[in-house]
Design a binder for this molecule. Structure first.
Ligand code: FES
Length: 161
């Protein structure tokens, strides 16, 4: 398995596992820790976590494919998630996504994760972000933004280094 895991992550893994009476219950937390460290969850990470928790890789991989917050591919330094569910769709999220894609040289027809050539931004559509009254809504990394116009999106991106 070709995975370079630093001691800090190994320590975090042990700490997380210690919180649960059964090792397998730490699966989601380990996936979060690996994505936080590596930027995505690779096949090697899935295999490593499965071995660590005495699970089969498929038991871990099914979590990666079920939960939309996990990425199998590397993303840009800043990940923008645009809500595409009904209120936001009616509120202009398609236009917002199109604006972002045009600005970053990405394909507006693609709803999944796309990354700009310079690796600075990734953009993707996601389902409801639970702020339907302030559509359109997007997240930039962990920050939540409401009523996002094209101008507001430009300002948000300008603040990203
Ligand atoms: S529909 Fe966009 S936040 Fe709910």
């Amino acid at each position: 398995m070709n995975l370079d895991i630093p001691k800090s992550l190994l320590d975090e893994v042990e700490e997380l596992i210690s919180h649960y009476p059964q090792k397998r219950s730490a699966s989601l937390m380990l996936l979060h820790a690996f994505q936080e460290h590596f930027g995505h969850v690779s096949k090697e990470s899935v295999e490593w976590i499965a071995a660590k928790l005495d699970l089969r890789p498929i038991n871990v991989y099914e979590l990666v494919t079920f939960y939309p917050m996990f990425r199998e591919e590397p993303a840009g330094r800043h990940v923008i998630k645009v809500c595409r569910t009904l209120s936001c769709a009616l509120g202009g999220s398609g236009k917002l996504h199109g604006h972002l894609c045009q600005k970053l040289g990405l394909d507006p027809k693609v709803h999944g994760l796309q990354t700009s050539k310079d690796g600075k931004f990734s953009v993707e559509f996601v389902e409801c972000l639970a702020s339907c009254g302030t559509a359109p809504v997007m997240m930039c990394n962990e920050d939540f933004h409401e009523s996002v116009s094209a101008d507001k999106a430009d300002q948000i991106m300008d603040q990203c280094s």
